[in-house]
Design a protein around this ligand. Structure first.
Ligand code: LER
Ligand code: MN
Length: 263
């Protein structure tokens, strides 16, 4: 289990300064937002990350459009952007690209009794996942399905639902990421959900129950980490949370706190 942090949480006037700080504060990886800038500068960014002694853990979303929109041009935009970010993730040596199927409510129509909006979403998403998984595999990276909590999406909300999608696609380019904040809202038990996710889980987002830094809320990280150990998880866990206080003090503190919960 390796610790990473989203680049946007780290103070610094340059990318080099941010990366040097992360390394000095006890982090092994960095997660980048999937901006156009990152896509266009993947090779340079990789060199800077390596120079700091870090690894790019993941690329987080950043694509425009939506694969589950009724407008074909909106779907095409999403497919094109996701493919470009998968290429960038491969160039960066990242484990994968984090992908949320849809934010908010459904955009497809309810065609009951033929198909409900949810059934249409399931079928359409499966079709796109079958197209995107081989792209991820070709780029030596993963498309990481991220379930969100009920206030952010109506669709993919629990780890077992993401696993079910992966099992249907059955391709090496697809996997699941587990965000402990969303899970603390949607799952009955963090360790049980992690055990059910098993080998499909290839990335983790870390935030406490209040979406602040781990250690600032009441999430039981120790039992979640014990379950991650049980499933043989060796990938990155990246901070995605609010940073209270002075990050120059609280980000190193969070790394120490998290390591204390791993033993
Ligand atoms: C959104 O709440 C989230 O957790 C992100 O990782 C999705 O881009
Ligand atoms: Mn997340």
């Amino acid at each position: 289990m390796k610790l990473a942090c989203q680049d946007g949480l780290v103070p610094g006037d340059s990318l080099e300064e941010k990366l040097d700080r992360l390394a000095a504060w006890g982090y092994e990886g960095v997660e980048f937002w999937g901006s156009d800038w990152l896509v266009e500068n993947a090779e340079t960014v990789r060199q800077k990350v390596e120079k700091a002694g870090l690894t790019v853990s993941t690329v987080c979303a950043g694509y425009r459009g939506s694969l589950l929109d009724p407008d074909p041009s909106v779907r095409q935009q999403a497919q094109k952007d996701i493919e470009a970010r998968l290429r960038a993730a491969g160039q960066l040596g990242a484990v994968g690209l984090i992908f949320v199927p849809i934010f908010g409510g459904p955009r497809l129509p309810d065609l009951s009794p033929f198909r409900s909006a949810l059934q249409l979403e399931d079928e359409l998403l499966l079709l796109y996942l079958e197209r995107l998984a081989p792209v991820a595999e070709r780029e030596h990276t993963l498309l990481l399905l991220e379930p969100l909590n009920r206030y952010e999406t109506h669709y993919l909300r629990r780890v077992e639902q993401a696993v079910a999608l992966c099992e249907k696609v059955q391709a090496p380019g697809i996997a699941v990421m587990a965000d402990l904040f969303h899970m603390s809202i949607e799952e009955a038990s963090l360790p049980d959900a992690i055990r059910a996710g098993g080998r499909w889980i290839r990335h983790v987002h870390l935030a406490d129950s209040n979406r602040l830094l781990p250690g600032w809320g009441h999430t039981d990280f120790r039992s979640a980490f014990a379950a991650l150990k049980e499933i043989g998880f060796t990938d990155f866990m990246a901070l995605e949370c609010g940073v209270p206080g002075d990050p120059r003090e609280t980000l190193p503190q969070a790394a120490s706190f998290l390591r204390s919960q791993m033993t």
